[in-house]
Write a protein that binds this ligand. Structure first.
Ligand SMILES: Cc1ncc(COP(=O)(O)O)c(C=O)c1O
Length: 398
C-alpha cells in the first residue's frame, strides 16, 4: 500500500521525529541522558497517590470511571483558579479553567482555534521546541524575537508587534524558559505588559517551571495586568507528576473559551477523569507546597552539582547560562562549533544532550545545547559530563 500522508505531517519543518528520537534516547538504559525534561522520580508522591486513588474509588468510583465533562473536574478547576493568587492574579474563576491532557494539549488547542495558514505568531528565539512543532501543524508564519539574559528583547518585541499588528498571539515562557533556563526580570516584565496593553495581540503565557524557583524572586503572571488579553497555561507535570497528563489553560475571554472547549470536545471529549479526581483528592489531603519545597531542594543540589561538573570538565571557552530554578542549563560552545556535532559525538559515547537547533525557528547549526539536571543521579551527572567534556575537547581540537 502506498501511504497517503498529509502535507502537514511530511513538511520538513515538522520536527516531531527529532523529539521522538530524544525521548527514545532518554528512555534507553544504555544512555546517560541529559536530553529530556523529566522530573526526578524521587519526587513522585507514590503512597499519597495510592491513598487518594483508594479514596476516590471507594467514595466516588462510578463518577471516576464514567465519561465526564469537557472543562474538567470542578474540584480541580477550583484548586487551579485559587492557585493563581500565588501569582498575583486574584480574579480567576474556576469557570476560566479548562483542564487539558498536559499543557501540551492546550498549545495544540490554541493553535487549532487561532491559526489559519499564513497567520503570524510571535515566539521567543529560542523557544520550547514542541510548542513550535504544535504551531507549525497549522502553517503559521513564525516571528522569532531574541531572548536576552533578562528575558525577551523588548525593543525587538515592540518592533515586531508594530510591524505585525495582526499577529495572532505571542507565546512567552517567563520563568526558567525552555530551553535556556532564563527568566524575565521585573523590568522586562513591566515593559512587556506596556507593549501588550498598546496592542491587539494575545499573550500566551506558558509557566510550567514557575513553582520550581530555588533562588531570586518571581514576577507575577502577565494575567494580573493583562486580564483576558493573556491566556495562562499551567501543568502538574513538573510539580507532582507528568504521567497523569494533567495541565490546563486559564482563558478569561468567554468567546475563546467556548471555542477551545468545542475543539477539545472533538479532540478527546475530556481529559482522563480518573486522573483528575485522584489528583484533586491528593491536593485536598496533602500539603503540595511542602512537596514542592522538597523537590526544589533536590533540584537545587542537582543544578549546583551539574554546574560544578560542567565547569570542571568542559573545555575553556564554553559558556554556561546561570539559572535560579527549573530543570535546565544552557551551554554555548566556543568558536561557532555546532552543537549538533557535539550531540552526535556524545551519543556515540553513550551520552545524550539536546542540541539547540530545534528550539530555533530559523537558525541552524547553533553552538548552544540544553542539558537537564533534574533526572540524573550524581554519579550519572559526573560520568556523563566528563564524557561530554571529552567529546567537546575532541571537536575543539579537530
Ligand atoms: C515550556 C513547556 N511547555 C509545556 C510543556 C508540556 O508539558 P505537559 O504537557 O507535561 O504539561 C513542557 C514540557 O516539557 C514545557 O517545557
Amino acid at each position: 500500500m502506498k501511504l497517503k500522508l498529509s502535507d502537514r505531517i511530511t513538511k520538513p519543518d515538522f520536527q516531531g521525529e527529532f523529539t521522538a528520537s530524544i525521548l527514545a534516547a532518554a528512555a534507553s538504559p544504555d544512555i546517560i541522558s541529559f536530553a529530556g525534561g523529566l522530573p526526578n522520580p524521587v519526587s513522585f508522591p507514590i503512597p499519597e497517590m495510592e491513598a487518594a486513588t483508594k479514596k476516590v474509588l471507594e467514595e466516588n468510583g462510578v463518577t471516576a470511571l464514567q465519561y465526564s465533562s469537557t472543562a474538567g473536574w470542578p474540584a480541580l478547576r477550583k484548586w487551579i483558579a485559587k492557585r493563581y493568587e500565588t501569582m498575583g492574579v486574584y480574579d480567576v474563576s474556576p469557570d476560566d479553567i479548562i483542564v487539558t491532557n498536559g499543557s501540551q494539549q492546550a498549545l495544540a488547542m490554541i493553535g487549532a482555534a487561532m491559526i489559519n495558514p499564513g497567520d503570524e505568531v510571535i515566539v521567543e528565539d529560542p523557544t520550547y521546541l514542541v510548542a513550535l512543532q504544535s504551531f507549525h501543524v497549522f502553517d503559521p508564519v513564525v516571528l522569532p524575537v531574541t531572548m536576552n539574559p533578562d528575558g525577551i528583547d523588548c525593543d525587538e518585541l515592540a518592533e515586531t508587534i508594530r510591524n505585525h499588528p495582526d499577529a495572532k498571539f505571542a507565546y512567552l515562557i517567563p520563568n526558567f524558559q525552555n530551553p535556556t533556563g532564563l527568566s524575565y526580570s521585573q523590568e522586562v516584565h513591566d515593559k512587556v505588559v506596556e507593549i501588550f496593553q498598546n496592542s491587539n495581540v494575545l499573550l500566551l503565557e506558558d509557566n510550567p517551571y514557575r513553582e520550581l524557583r530555588f533562588a531570586g524572586t518571581a514576577t507575577d503572571s502577565f494575567g494580573k495586568e493583562l486580564g483576558e488579553q493573556c491566556c495562562m497555561l499551567g501543568t502538574f507535570s513538573k510539580i507532582v507528576t507528568p504521567g497523569m497528563r494533567i495541565g490546563w489553560v486559564c482563558v478569561r475571554n468567554k468567546e475563546l473559551r467556548a471555542k477551545l472547549l468545542a475543539y477539545k470536545a472533538t479532540a478527546d471529549l475530556h481529559t482522563n477523569i480518573f486522573s483528575q479526581m485522584v489528583l484533586a483528592q491528593y491536593l485536598a489531603d496533602n500539603d503540595v507546597d511542602e512537596h514542592i519545597e522538597k523537590t526544589k531542594v533536590l533540584y537545587k543540589a542537582k543544578s549546583d552539582f551539574m554546574v560544578e561538573c560542567l565547569k570542571k570538565y568542559l573545555p575553556e571557552g564554553c559558556q554556561l547560562t546561570p539559572t535560579e530554578g527549573g530543570m535546565f542549563l544552557w551551554v554555548t560552545l566556543p568558536n561557532g562549533i555546532s552543537a549538533v556535532e557535539l550531540y552526535r559525538k556524545a551519543l556515540e559515547r553513550g551520552v545524550a544532550i539536546c542540541p539547540g537547533d530545534p528550539f530555533y525557528e530559523v537558525k541552524r547549526n547553533v553552538s548552544s545545547f540544553r542539558v537537564n539536571y533534574s533526572n540524573s543521579t550524581d554519579e550519572a551527572i559526573e560520568k556523563g559530563i566528563k564524557i561530554l567534556g571529552e567529546a567537546c575537547a575532541e571537536l575543539l581540537n579537530a
